[in-house]
Design a protein around this ligand. Structure first.
Ligand code: HEC
Length: 145
């Protein structure tokens, strides 16, 4: 044990480093990767955790609906579909969000009048008033849309 020269020492060291890199390090990465995937499934059912809306995850229900309907119809100036979708949004107002229904109704009137600026004002108005809180409290719960 005394006569290990610097050359041997270096060799022994690099062997240890190699083992560390390929062995436990690699397998614990794999373990971490596999333990993430199953954890996402129960979250999707039970709600509260980050099972949607975050980077790499699917959109949350209301977020997806907004993109597929209001955003699309506004882009294509499809006032008939905007009218119907905003009516739904008004009737699906979650409890405890004062002004939600009114905002959707005002947007609906603007859609009927083909008033794009008026529409956008209501999109922004509701987003400013409710979106932050909604995302924190309710975004995992689908509305009746
Ligand atoms: C009465 C309330 C209300 C009105 C009116 C409303 N929104 Fe929304 N919108 C929301 C809420 C709440 C969210 C957040 C949903 C989430 O992220 O889970 C949202 C999210 C969105 C998103 C998703 C953004 C993203 O990628 O995270 C888009 C796009 C959107 N709205 C477009 C519109 C457009 C366009 C209009 C108007 C024509 C509109 N919204 C009117 C409440 C409203």
């Amino acid at each position: 044990m005394i006569a290990i020269g610097p050359k041997h020492m270096a060799h022994a060291l690099s062997t240890v480093l190699l083992l560390a890199a390929c062995g436990p390090g690699g397998s614990s990465d794999a373990a971490a990767a596999t333990s993430v995937a199953p954890a996402a499934a129960p979250d999707a059912r039970s709600g509260p955790a980050q099972a949607c809306g975050a980077k790499g995850l699917p959109d949350c229900p209301t977020q997806r609906w907004m993109k597929a309907t209001l955003q699309t119809y506004l882009r294509t100036r499809d006032f008939t579909r905007l009218d119907a979708a905003l009516h739904k949004l008004a009737t699906a107002a979650p409890a405890g969000y004062p002004g939600w229904k009114e905002s959707a109704e005002k947007a609906q009137s603007a859609a009927r009048a083909h008033d794009v600026a008026g529409l956008k004002a209501q999109c922004g108005g509701c987003h400013d008033q409710h979106r932050k809180r909604f995302k924190k409290e309710l975004r995992h719960t689908p509305l009746a849309l």
